[in-house]
Write a protein that binds this ligand. Structure first.
Ligand SMILES: [Zn+2]
Length: 59
C-alpha cells in the first residue's frame, strides 16, 4: 500500500521537499511551516487515526 508523507506536527499532507545540503533531506510543511528532516510516512488508513491523536493532544 502506498504511504503518505505527513507533517509530524499538524498532520497535514501539504509537504514540500527541499534539499538540505549537509543535513540531508529537509521537509517543509505548507500549513504550519514545520521544517525538519523528521517526517512521518503513514498508510492512508492510518492517517485519520493520526489526525485524531493530534486533535486529542490539543484539547
Ligand atoms: Zn504541519
Amino acid at each position: 500500500m502506498e504511504e503518505i508523507t505527513v507533517c509530524p506536527k499538524c498532520g497535514s499532507t501539504q509537504i514540500s521537499w527541499t534539499a538540505g545540503g549537509i543535513t540531508g533531506e529537509v521537509y517543509r510543511c505548507n500549513e504550519c511551516n514545520y521544517v525538519g528532516s523528521f517526517i512521518l510516512q503513514v498508510k492512508p488508513r492510518d492517517l485519520l487515526r493520526f489526525r485524531e491523536e493530534l486533535r486529542k493532544d490539543k484539547s
